[in-house]
Design a protein around this ligand. Structure first.
Ligand SMILES: [Zn+2]
Length: 59
């Protein structure tokens, strides 16, 4: 079985809609997850919507 690299989670700033890549966090057991950025580099806000939810967010 080929290992499929996990795509980083992306988060959209609700304020200015800049897309940020999540910060990879290594968990125990070789697993990892992605953390929401603390603040937006564009506007300084801290309200993020997961990229996959963004579509529904604005549907
Ligand atoms: Zn922003």
């Amino acid at each position: 079985m080929a290992h499929i690299p996990e795509e980083p989670k992306r988060f959209v700033c609700e304020n200015c809609q800049i897309i940020h890549a999540g910060t990879p966090v290594h968990a125990s057991g070789g697993d990892h997850s992605f953390e929401t950025p603390t603040t937006c580099g564009g506007c300084g806000e801290s309200t993020f919507v997961e990229f996959t939810d963004w579509v529904h967010h604005h549907a």
